[in-house]
Unconditional design. Structure first.
Length: 675
């Protein structure tokens, strides 16, 4: 007799690919799965059929249909938000041999859980899979009428169980089935099969690939080859010396928020060559095998009437942030999810004008770069995948979104997966070295004004607000003063009885107030009143790399013209200027708007210099000496190292030089000091 085991601790989650029946979907990693939303824990027949209906058919109950075995208020639950729980469907319905809603509420908190429904039901179809599958059974039947244009049935589902992993290879082989009868079908056909080998799905046919501690490697019907279709939801994986898994401790990662130790991945099965418009009987059945203890469940996404060829295209690129002038490789993967083979399939993928074609390689068919048409031809359902690789050079201008669309002569039951696109971000940035946006400003603290740690001692004086300072020069941010503040907060720091010569910007509650580059009322900028001296208003140390090029940038808002700034690059050891880059002189046409500035420089290779340069200061300074007008805001000061390809090296680049050594003049007429 099996016994219930204790609860263990939940750890972290993982991500997996789904590769079944030719389907290949990458699900984003759920870093912290949460409980799925239970929509209905006691559904009636109408609600059950609505949850199952995926379109292309009509679901009804005829006389004798409905629940044959089980308890709706315990063993059936409808849910949504399943992907957040780590399930491979967002909406679905769970049929459980235990308590369905309780299974959905637990992130495998128990090493092995069982709810004893204490019923026995002999379903011939279910027992044909495993003779002892008859306990705590849920059996539900309904009638399917296909639409006139459909000739196939599709079902997508996952199977999970607490029998995993300890009872793999044993008589506790909980089983389930989707049994269909009707035109063009001999007897009862089970759609709950492994697509690759057509074996019915149960504990002993899809599992981790190892027998459990209470199982046998030689158990009849045991299949340990389907591990790629299995999701471990917390059990241990180290194999014991006897070739089996030891007792489950339930202390591993739990990627799915459900009370099952293991699940299958999403399986999609198509039953083809049915009669269009035909009427069929569909039966869902699941049962515990050999006892009533540990629970299992089948999670169904939809039952769908379908036809044609469900073509799918996926596009990836080997580098999402290529440099301008760099080559990238796009990979297109085409497949046919069925149910039928596709004829005259093709893909349209004409490179946009932001790329220059280089080469291509197709696994099947032909690609014409000038038209962008990849002619594939026939594409087999489920089993065939085709690829096209296109290499292209990234241009500095033009569109960079690359779109591919697949089509065929056949009706496609799902056009949602026929188009795929990627948008690489063409950039010359190799490394962001810093970006200073000056933070936020709070007018209730020092009228919003703060000082900058990057203002050198020889630079500008802080414009202390009124009434902390009664000096007009300080509170008014007069010549030679600065403050870091939201532009619309400047007025709050001025003497409200002395606003006759106020010139900066209206307050935030007045029309025409200026914001910083963030566009938010509290975003801060550096306010500089240039004055009569060419002073530094921002100085920051950085380490350079030999042979590298750099971009220094900022935004300027000209309050009064003329205004002009410059960037001096100073050797940190000597203080000598080894390069200077100047902005344009800003005139009346440049006032009252934010203007981006970019400055480029490069440090030559070490062998090209007669000195060592690595640590430098970037010194931003006022470059017009005037007692009036040269007033401005500065925001978003940043620096980036550029990629090395030639297209990323601008023409207007300043080359750094060795600092000029100070001359030492000696006078031979002067007597030398005695030593």
């Amino acid at each position: 007799m099996k016994r219930l085991m204790q609860i263990s601790i939940v750890h972290f989650v993982c991500v997996w690919f789904i590769v079944l029946m030719g389907h290949s979907r990458l699900y984003a990693q759920v870093t912290n799965p949460i409980q799925a939303t239970i929509v209905n824990a006691n559904p009636n027949d109408t609600q059950i059929l609505d949850a199952l209906n995926g379109g292309g058919l009509t679901l009804t109950l005829r006389t004798g249909d409905g629940l044959k075995s089980g308890e709706k208020n315990k063993q059936i639950a409808i849910f949504s938000n399943g992907t957040a729980a780590g399930l491979l469907m967002n909406e679905g319905i769970l049929f459980s041999t235990g308590n369905a809603s309780e299974d959905l509420k637990s992130r495998n908190a128990n090493r092995a859980k069982g709810v004893n429904i204490n019923t026995t039901y002999n379903d011939a179809d279910l027992r044909s899979i495993f003779s002892e599958a008859k306990n705590d059974a849920v059996v539900y039947t309904f009638t399917v009428k296909l639409a006139d244009y459909t000739s196939a049935l599709r079902i997508a589902f996952q199977f999970g169980s607490e029998e995993y992993p300890d009872y793999v290879g044993s008589v506790y082989n909980d089983a389930f089935g989707f049994f269909v009868t009707g035109p063009n079908i001999t007897g009862s056909f089970n759609m709950a099969k492994i697509p690759a080998n057509q074996k019915p799905i149960s504990i002993n046919t899809i599992n981790y690939g190892k027998a459990g501690v209470n199982g046998s490697l030689s158990y009849s019907g045991l299949d340990l080859t389907q591990g790629e279709q299995y999701v471990n939801n917390g059990h241990n994986t180290v194999v014991a010396a006897n070739g089996r898994l030891p007792t489950n401790l339930n202390n591993g990662p739990k990627p799915v928020f459900i009370e099952y130790n293991g699940l299958t991945k999403l399986i999609t099965y198509d039953l083809v060559n049915l009669q269009p418009g035909g009427t069929y009987t569909f039966k869902i059945a699941i049962a515990d095998a050999s006892d009533h203890i540990y629970d299992s469940g089948v999670i169904i996404q939809k039952v769908q009437g379908t036809t044609g060829a469900d073509l799918k295209i996926e596009k990836t690129v080997n580098n999402m942030t290529p440099a301008i002038g760099e080559e990238v490789e796009f990979t297109l993967t085409g497949s046919n999810l069925g149910p039928y083979n596709a004829t005259n399939s093709k893909v349209n993928d004409l490179l946009p004008n932001g790329y220059e074609y280089v080469s291509h390689q197709a696994s099947k068919g032909t690609y014409v770069p000038s038209t962008g048409v990849w002619t594939i031809g026939g594409l087999q359902a489920i089993q065939e995948t085709v690829t096209l690789k296109i290499r292209a050079k990234v241009k500095a201008t033009g569109a960079h979104t690359n779109v591919a669309t697949i089509s065929a002569d056949d009706l496609d039951p799902d056009y949602g997966n026929n188009t795929s696109s990627v948008t690489p971000e063409a950039t010359c940035v190799d490394q962001v070295m810093f970006l200073d946006d000056f933070g936020v400003s709070n007018r209730n603290v020092s009228s919003g004004r703060v000082s900058s740690s990057y203002m050198p001692a020889t630079g500008y004086r802080f414009g202390t607000p009124y009434p902390t300072s009664t000096s007009y020069g300080e509170s008014a941010i007069d010549n030679g003063y600065y403050a870091v503040v939201a532009p619309g907060h400047i007025k709050y720091g001025w003497n409200s009885t002395d606003l006759a010569s106020y010139f900066w910007t209206p307050s935030l509650d007045e029309a025409g107030a200026v914001t910083d580059m963030s566009g938010t009322p509290t975003g801060a900028a550096m306010v500089v009143n240039g004055g009569n001296a060419l002073k530094t208003f921002y100085e920051r140390g950085v380490t350079l790399q030999y042979g590298a090029a750099y971009k220094v940038s900022c935004w300027i808002y000209v309050v009064g013209n003329p205004s002009k700034i410059a960037v001096d690059i100073k050797d940190k050891k000597t203080g000598g200027i080894i390069g200077t880059i100047e902005s344009a002189t800003f005139g009346p046409q440049d006032e009252k708007k934010w203007i981006p500035l970019e400055f480029y420089f490069k440090l030559p290779a070490q062998g090209e210099l007669t000195c060592d340069i690595d640590d430098v200061f970037l010194s931003f300074r006022n470059d017009i000496a005037a007692s009036v007008k040269n007033d401005f805001y500065i925001d978003n000061i940043g620096m980036e190292k550029l990629k090395t390809n030639s297209e990323c090296q601008p023409n207007n680049i300043t080359t750094l030089v060795c600092p000029v050594r100070k001359s030492v003049i000696t006078n031979p007429m002067l007597p030398s000091k005695a030593r």
